[in-house]
Design a protein around this ligand. Sequence first.
Ligand code: P6P
Length: 339
Amino acid sequence: MPTQLITIEHHILEQERAYPEATGVFSNLLYDVALAAKIVAREIQRAGLGNILGKSGTVNVQGEQQLKFDVFANDAFINMNSFTGRVGIMASEELDDLVTPTEAMKSGKYVLIFDPIDGSSNIDVNVSVGTVFSVYRRKTPVGTAGTQEDCLQPGKEMVAAGYIIYGSSTMMVYSTGNGVHGFTLEPTLGEFLLSHPNIQIPEIPKYYSTNESYNKYWSAGIQKYTRYLQGLDSQALPYKLSARYVGSLVSDFHRNLLQGGIFYYPLLYKDLNNPKPKLRLLYEAAPLAFIARGAGGYASDGEQSILDIQPESVHQRVPLFIGNRDLVEKAEEYIRNYG
Ligand code: P6P
């Protein structure tokens, strides 16, 4: 029986069939994202060879030195979506302000928010990195340029989200709210082929992922929660977990999605009076929370669902606990009980 090859384009079209009123704009937007991902994937495979390693000489809004690759990937996602008339406004983790809307974008019905390359400092040591994206419907009227209001929507309003992981193989994982599906790039065809249909996070987790070098900066509750995960707390953990931490969010998230686990990046109390989160709500936490929920998992800021948070600024940061629901809810319990 020949193996059925299902490309991401076919899969998106199949998903569209469930919506008779669909016009195809949303599907075409997802194709555009997949094409941008292929462009980035091609370059990243050559990153060690091309002349794009090294610093671009610019600094992004996060104050991070921009690698040439951040700029390349950022341009790829912007260029693939600026003139289609499908996207009304774009926000990139690499840019201080929103992407300046083109004339074509005035007719766009959707909002595209993305982190073009998350964890880019790992590229020059050949550690997997990723792109994270999310799609919302516009709130402002079509026919005008999109605004910040369109971008500041809670994750529960999301209509699609996904990530691309550039690793030993390039995979694109996406959801439109109807299951989470993984596609692996076949480079000789230039096609993302369905390889992981209907991903569900395993009921029994295998890993916990966090940067334990920050233990001294964690709250008492998180220090105690981590001992729980290590089987060292008075509360018994019903299974044994191993520690895995890549330091590349998409890599850590993807492994836990497929094999079960929790990733957490809590508030850091480097200044006891001013604890700070690191990860971004719009660009990282909310899209991955949408994927986690679709796969039967859960994501929280330690107190509430990430998807319920009303963003106040596009570069807002949040604490993140994401993966198996019972482990995330246990983190919330430790924070409630121990701070
Ligand atoms: P730390 C990469 O810079 C990133 O934004 C995420 O991809 C990753 O999970 C996190 O930061 C790693 O942060 O402080 O452990 O190096």
